[in-house]
Design a binder for this molecule. Sequence first.
Ligand code: DNO
Length: 393
Amino acid sequence: MEKTWRWFGQSDKVSLDMLRQIGVEGIVTSLHHIKNGDVWNVEEIRTVQQRIAEYGMHWSVVESLPVSEQIKYAGPDRDRLIDQYITSLENLGKAGIRTVCYNFMPVLDWARTDLEFPNPNGTSCLYFNKAEFAYFDIHILKRAGAEKDFDARTLERVEELKSKMTQEHVQRLVNTIIIKTQGFLTGYVSEDAADPVRVFNGLLALFEGVDRNGLRTNLKYFLEAIMPVCGKYGIGMCIHPDDPPMQMLGLPRIVTCDEDIDWIMKAVPDNNNGLTFCAGSLSSGAHNDVSALAAKYADRTKFVHLRSTEILPDGDFREASHLAGRADLVSLVRIFEKKDPTLPMRVDHAPVMLGDDRIAYNPGYPFHGRMLALGQVEGIMATVRREISEGII
Ligand code: DNO
């Protein structure tokens, strides 16, 4: 697979020069400064492309070309926004960019409750505590009927939390769930918002009445509209699984399991309607057999995110080492290397280590942790390539 790396643009503390030194081949990035919904013009795309080329790499994958919420809930402006999206794809196509990652998660992109959960060896990882998330939903957002979405054990843990919850902890949950994890992606709730919970509840309200079927219909509508431009330029659109792969905050989520992915692939049976195989997201759902999914959907996979998680009791999970946890990266690399040795792959999320916390980084994307993970994955790839060339697999 092609070794790619998520780079957040000129303001990223991890520079292109650093990436060149660690053997990165392709860059995964977005025009982060352009507001969600606005057109990406050719000049802007080419400027970034040239900057990357100066360092001997190329812009391999767009992650993400964000899909406006109106497209997801079928708001009054959706057709205009889809037209703008098509224009952006047209411009990417003209510039020769062929892989575009996006997600269809309403409002909340990915969810964690702790961004620096300590590991025994002094590093830290991303963590999801189901009870804290339920507390956030029931007692901070105060979503009507939220209790009904949680099992008895979680509600019991919420009660325990309630007795010791501090104002500081509440603040930390709000910051983590709706500001820090989302800020660099959607920017819907800004750091200085006076009342972030109110802003967030306003966004949730936009999806009232949209259920899983409704969201599926809206995804199909969007995909059918963009397939012609994708066909014209050979652009593979690759949907990112929901992270974590479960229903949350009363919002429908439609990329959580085999049946969901199967539905999407069949609803628009065009090869350019593809998948971002995010091993980490899929692995945090106990219902998912990650290697079986990879084997089943390798044909429609356009981009791979490699990482793994460990599921803990009571529905919590933590991000694991890239060599451990529920996602078996060795078996995944075997599947994808055999399928297409040029498929772009990036390591996803990694532990915070060796002073990463002194360098500014976006949650999940510390430099040293990702560099270690890339080294681990490169080792797997070299071994698997040898296995293939010697006819062992
Ligand atoms: C989180 C990422 C996601 C992903 C988007 C793709 O770390 O994996 O934010 O980039 O969902 O649209």
